[in-house]
Design a protein around this ligand. Structure first.
Ligand SMILES: *[C@@H]1O[C@H](CO)[C@@H](O)[C@H](O)[C@H]1NC(C)=O
Ligand SMILES: *[C@@H]1O[C@H](CO)[C@@H](O)[C@H](O)[C@H]1NC(C)=O
Ligand SMILES: *[C@@H]1O[C@H](CO)[C@@H](O)[C@H](O)[C@H]1NC(C)=O
Ligand SMILES: *[C@@H]1O[C@H](CO)[C@@H](O)[C@H](O)[C@H]1NC(C)=O
Ligand SMILES: *[C@@H]1O[C@H](CO)[C@@H](O)[C@H](O)[C@H]1NC(C)=O
Ligand SMILES: *[C@@H]1O[C@H](CO)[C@@H](O)[C@H](O)[C@H]1NC(C)=O
Ligand SMILES: *[C@@H]1O[C@H](CO)[C@@H](O)[C@H](O)[C@H]1NC(C)=O
Length: 520
């Protein structure tokens, strides 16, 4: 009852906001040829991520079908980051028949738990033959070198020929609190240096293969003891220069949010994302570009948050936030975003089985999955050069992709983050009409594809919420119940629309809580 009242109050606010938005036409000031600040879109930008302990929950045809649906949209092999808190706490028992046994902590489905792995755990890698892996050597303030070398060695038995990186530890900036010890950047650099030399010597790892940092928080580097990219690199963490990735984690909202208004303010809000990003990423990206140009800046763990309900984290609104975050990160020079999940986590892109039911039922495709085919299609088989077209708005964003050879504008992603939810927002759904410049060679028409749901930003998708809350990207729907995640076109939903070029301009109407890709 309380919730309903709250929603009605908020709905009035949204009705007013959407009335303003409904009438507007927004000119997208995209250059018709490539501007100098455009960055090459990495063909393997879209990544997956499994919390280590749950590799075998994901190792099924349903997951592989979903992943192939994304991987088939680009030409490079995509990466799965296997890691997380459970990865630092694991041990191995060669005599154990079970895949894993949870022995302490957040058992049996948590990430902050210690698991003993048996040999059959490692078979989980084999079903993901089309994907590369980043695996993690367990690090902690009390380093168990033989344990770490054994684990990584067993992973390599399965993925040595498709290895993106070997990460060393997870969220070292949280070790002090997690293990109740003092742990500063010097301790971290010493731990990495020691473990890395054992990995190199005992497993024969060579070349640029290590993933460093995997820090939980973006932070400035003005406090020299803090575990940040600049502090660690300046202290010589990559002295042998074997790093390929410097990774950071990103949870958009660390506290619990429940309402549509919170969703609008903290997630479906480009300015909030940019403000968060500015806390560390631009400085670190610039630092790496200047000093370690072949070390990639990667968001290796990402999600809307960790403690909010499915109505927030499993919604189309979360997918739209994720699309904006990913494209913004790409335009700023990040090289990959890993879509992180475990069966019990509400931000998961899909839930692979029923191991976390009833709190988080499965198997099911969840709304944030839709961001991946959207971003993969924006990149495509011949990745372009990408730039944000700043619209100076909290809720409207645009990203342009230029043909890497000719420099001609090829695609535009337009995202309308104005929150509208059926049954919650009082007014009719608003829209924005974008006036988009067509490149010189495009005089007849452009194609528009939509990421959309009739129910608006609180749509939770077919598997979780049934046919009134369908979500589609370019007319396509992914569902466990219907076809085990293979993907199918929903009858009556447009795969693509053709819009005319008039006087060199295309007008594209995008509903509130919807995103499109315009292709010229
Ligand atoms: C790998 O992808 C190809 C198509 O790109 C598909 O035919 C094949 O079945 C996939 N293999 C696996 C193991 O998923
Ligand atoms: C190190 O790990 C191995 C198993 O991987 C375990 O048998 C051993 O007890 C661990 N050592 C310590 C000190 O925890
Ligand atoms: C980290 O702490 C140790 C003492 O525990 C200290 O010697 C060292 O200087 C500190 N590192 C930095 C970068 O301040
Ligand atoms: C973004 O900023 C808010 C407010 O300062 C903070 O609560 C949140 O944790 C930040 N998120 C990230 C990913 O930095
Ligand atoms: C979006 O976030 C910015 C920065 O945190 C804030 O100033 C603004 O009020 C937010 N906008 C909305 C619509 O909530
Ligand atoms: C996940 O979502 C469910 C359903 O909305 C909710 O009951 C649960 O508290 C959420 N979990 C967390 C950790 O927030
Ligand atoms: C929603 O999806 C289901 C399953 O694909 C389909 O049967 C139904 O027609 C869809 N509803 C609408 C309105 O498109």
């Amino acid at each position: 009852m309380k919730t309903t009242l709250l929603f009605h109050k908020l709905a009035l606010v949204f009705a007013a906001q959407h009335a303003a938005a409904a009438a507007s036409t927004v000119t997208v000031p995209a250059a018709k040829t490539k501007p100098t600040n455009a960055v090459a879109a990495p063909g393997d930008f879209v990544g997956f991520g499994f919390e280590m302990a749950f590799l075998n929950d994901y190792a099924n045809d349903f997951s592989v079908n979903l992943m192939n649906a994304v991987g088939g949209r680009v030409s490079e092999r995509l990466t799965v980051r296997l890691g997380g808190t459970s990865n630092d706490l694991l041990t191995y028992d060669p005599a154990q028949t079970a895949v894993k046994v949870c022995v302490s902590g957040d058992c049996p489905i948590g990430s902050a738990a210690s698991y003993i792995l048996g040999p059959s755990f490692f078979d989980g890698f084999d079903v993901f033959a089309n994907f590369s892996f980043s695996v993690q050597a367990p690090l902690s303030p009390t380093l168990n070198v033989s344990n770490a070398v054994t684990y990584v060695g067993l992973c390599l038995d399965h993925v040595a020929d498709r290895l993106t990186a070997v990460a060393i530890g997870n969220e070292p900036d949280l070790y002090a609190g997690q293990f109740k010890v003092t742990y500063n950047v010097s301790d971290y650099v010493a731990g990495v240096t020691s473990l890395r030399s054992s990995l190199v010597e005992q497993l024969g790892l060579s070349g640029q293969i290590f993933e460093l940092m995997d820090i939980a928080y973006l932070a400035d580097s003005t406090t020299p003891t803090k575990i940040t990219i600049q502090n660690a690199f300046n202290l010589g963490i990559d002295a042998p220069h074997t790093a390929t990735v410097a990774a950071v984690h990103w949870y958009q909202v660390w506290y619990k949010i429940t309402s549509l208004a919170d969703m609008q303010a903290y997630a479906m809000n480009h300015s909030a994302t940019v403000a968060n990003f500015t806390a560390g990423s631009p400085q670190d990206i610039a630092f790496l570009a200047a000093n370690y140009p072949d070390v990639k800046y990667v968001f290796s763990e990402t999600g809307t948050g960790l403690v909010s309900p499915l109505t927030v984290q499993g919604s189309l609104g979360a997918a739209l936030w994720y699309a904006d975050f990913q494209l913004y990160a790409m335009a700023q020079g990040a090289k990959r975003v890993d879509g992180t999940m475990r069966p019990a986590a509400n931000h998961s892109l899909w839930v692979p089985d029923d191991s976390a039911a009833p709190a988080n039922p499965g198997p099911q495709v969840r709304a944030p999955f839709y961001t991946l085919p959207f971003v993969a299609d924006f990149i495509g088989h011949t990745p372009g050069d990408v730039v944000e077209v700043d619209l100076g708005s909290d809720v409207l964003t645009a990203y342009a992709s230029y043909n890497a050879g000719s420099g001609t504008l090829g695609k535009l992603a337009l995202i309308n983050l104005q929150a509208w939810a059926e049954g919650v927002s009082m007014g009719a759904r608003g829209s924005v009409t974008f006036a988009v410049p067509a490149p010189s060679g495009c005089t007849v028409s452009a194609t528009v594809r939509r990421l959309t749901a009739a129910a608006g930003c609180q749509a939770l998708g077919y598997d979780y919420a049934g046919p009134t809350q369908n979500i589609t990207w370019a007319g396509e729907q992914w569902s466990y119940a219907i076809d085990n995640g293979k993907g199918h076109m929903v009858a009556g939903v447009n795969a693509a629309e053709t819009v005319p070029v008039v006087d060199g301009v295309v007008h594209v109407t995008v509903l509130d809580s919807e995103a499109v890709i315009v292709s010229f």
